[in-house]
Write a protein that binds this ligand. Structure first.
Ligand code: RB5
Length: 145
């Protein structure tokens, strides 16, 4: 199960990606927002990230105008490693190296076809562990300081 959330700047791209995920056999949970009325992206980031931390969903995808506000908010939540993405290489590497559990995309930055390729690259990648596990553990240690 993948958890998704957006503000008004990301809702159109979120809806496209929800359809893309369903067509490709993924189950989704939409944490809102559900219309184009303005909402504050930290509120939505919190809902999706809590879903990830509690294990309601395996990973999260957040959408705002740039993806940046969502990623800043998501990375404040303990246990979340969020990346703001707009290319497929970074999407693959952030899963392989950072074990990212939330990705953030900008509905005003990338188009739907590139966004679905970014999502595909992320979902098809596996965390590589090893030396990267040690580094991710150091990120967790920073969280606990
Ligand atoms: C909303 O206008 C916009 O600030 C938001 O979607 C996002 O881009 C913030 O980072």
């Amino acid at each position: 199960m993948i958890g998704l959330g957006s503000d008004h700047g990301g809702i159109e791209l979120k809806n496209y990606i929800i359809n893309w995920l369903k067509e490709n056999g993924y189950e989704v949970k939409d944490y809102g927002s559900y219309d184009t009325n303005p909402v504050d992206y930290p509120d939505i980031a919190e809902k999706v990230c809590n879903g990830v931390v509690k294990g309601e969903v395996e990973c999260g995808m957040l959408f705002c105008g740039t993806g940046i506000g969502m990623s800043i908010a998501a990375n404040k939540i303990k246990g979340i490693r969020a990346a703001c993405l707009s290319d497929t290489y970074s999407a693959m590497r952030t899963k392989q190296h950072n074990n990212t559990n939330v990705i953030c995309l900008g509905g005003r930055v990338i188009g739907p076809e590139l966004a679905s390729e970014v999502v595909k690259s992320y979902l098809n990648a596996q965390f590589q562990g090893g030396r990267h596990e040690n580094r991710v553990n150091k990120i967790t240690a920073l969280e606990n300081k």
